[in-house]
Design a binder for this molecule. Structure first.
Ligand code: FE2
Ligand code: FE2
Length: 399
């Protein structure tokens, strides 16, 4: 009997100790402005560990890489959410070799994450693929988990994932808890870039009503995104060149004119073969009762002028893929025009608004989707899949 009591006590204490270990969580890789030589790592703990670090090395087939690791210190940030204090850590690993597989882990003292692997981008225009998601937003643990899992099974070799905003319904701790639960280990091995949606913005309560601000502190704590956009829009407006494609991320919530000026500059100095732009509010609304005229009038003339190939959007909780559009009409010249996509990954879906149906090649709704986009030299191959794995839409661009 004494033995049973002693064993039970030991088991209880062991479980308690295991639960009290403050393991690094919410580990996520983000692309930097130099994806062939650097990568950003961000993570989270409940308590403060200012001596935290990232340990990394070139990957090997066995554990001998552990003899050659480099430790990089990190920047710790206090995260105050409704007076609950926790901590995030942000590090950029620099001076990496292109097209090379690395292992890394994060933590402090002897409390370290598992080893994870990532590959840096190539320096040239080698073929690659990435995955694009429209609004996840609601039911993240319940209904998005299977979308993310189907996407990683469909494109396990994707170089990165791209989100077009409204990642969560509110910039709320509990929703981000769900997010990192639903994405599991994927963010630890597949880098991401994301555009900010209206639901990702911080809000204040004014006279009992929610009032959106132009701040996004939780977004900036949870991710480490490029800061090469206009001042004050860091980590929500930026661009990344990836193996012959310039990816430009805009913030369609406010300051459109400032972004238009910056966009002109970024597009007039673009040595890449392909150009893909992503932002949240679509130029051709397909959600009932919606129209984003200011975004259409501000950005579309610039997309026309610089021949942007593809625009990836969200917000309308429907699916739409336009024909190639130039000056507001279906392009008659194959060498001119832009394809505009709106997609949705989450369960919240609206009836499709047919207002722009003459410009739209595929319109749909009440289907959870993700898109796999391949860049292969002079071909861009686009496939949209349903959460059950059916091919939902397909087209190709050549240039
Ligand atoms: Fe949304
Ligand atoms: Fe939205």
């Amino acid at each position: 009997m004494k033995k049973i009591i002693a064993f039970s006590l030991w088991l209880f204490v062991t479980i308690l100790q295991a639960q009290s270990v403050d393991t690094p969580e919410r580990i996520i890789l983000n692309l930097t402005i130099n994806p062939s030589s650097s990568i950003a790592v961000t993570w989270h703990t409940k308590e403060s560990y200012p001596q935290s670090f990232v340990e990394f090395a070139e990957a090997t087939n066995w554990v001998e890489f552990k003899e050659h690791t480099v430790k990089t210190p990190t920047q710790m940030n206090e995260l105050n959410y409704k007076n609950n204090i926790s901590y995030t850590y942000s590090t950029v690993l620099n001076d990496l070799k292109p097209n090379t597989l690395y292992v890394y882990r994060v933590g402090y003292d002897s409390v370290m994450s598992e080893w994870n692997q990532f590959r840096t981008a190539s320096e040239g225009n080698q073929p690659f693929r990435f995955v694009y998601f429209g609004d996840p937003q609601n039911g993240i643990r319940e209904d998005l988990s299977r979308v993310f899992r189907k996407a990683i099974l469909t494109a396990p070799d994707a170089s990165f994932w791209l989100f077009a905003g409204d990642l969560t319904d509110l910039p709320d701790e509990s929703m981000w808890e769900e997010w990192f639960d639903a994405t599991g280990f994927i963010h630890r091995i597949v880098p991401s870039i994301m555009a900010i949606g209206n639901h990702d913005l911080y809000f204040e309560m004014v006279n009992g009503k929610k009032k959106k601000t132009d701040k996004y502190p939780l977004w900036q704590s949870l991710f480490t995104l490029p800061e090469n956009g206009p001042q004050g829009l860091e980590e929500s407006v930026y661009y990344v060149d990836y193996q012959g494609v310039r990816f430009i991320v805009l913030n369609t919530n406010y300051r459109l004119e400032d972004q238009a000026e910056w966009l002109e500059n970024v597009l007039s100095n673009n040595p890449n073969k392909w150009t893909i732009v992503t932002y949240h509010h679509p130029v051709y609304s397909t959600g009932e009762g919606r129209d984003n005229r200011d975004i259409r009038e501000t950005f579309m003339p610039i997309f026309d002028k610089f021949n942007v190939d593809l625009v990836l959007q969200g917000h309308d909780h429907t699916y739409a893929r336009t024909y190639k559009i130039y000056q507001g009409k279906i392009s008659v010249d194959e060498s001119k025009g832009t394809v505009y996509i709106t997609s949705v990954s989450g369960p919240k879906q609206y009836s499709a608004n047919p207002m722009y149906k003459d410009l739209i090649a595929k319109l749909g709704t009440f289907t959870q989707l993700f898109q796999v986009i391949d860049i292969q030299g002079d071909r861009l191959i686009y496939n949209s899949y349903t959460v059950t794995g059916e091919l939902y839409d397909h087209f190709e661009l050549t240039k």
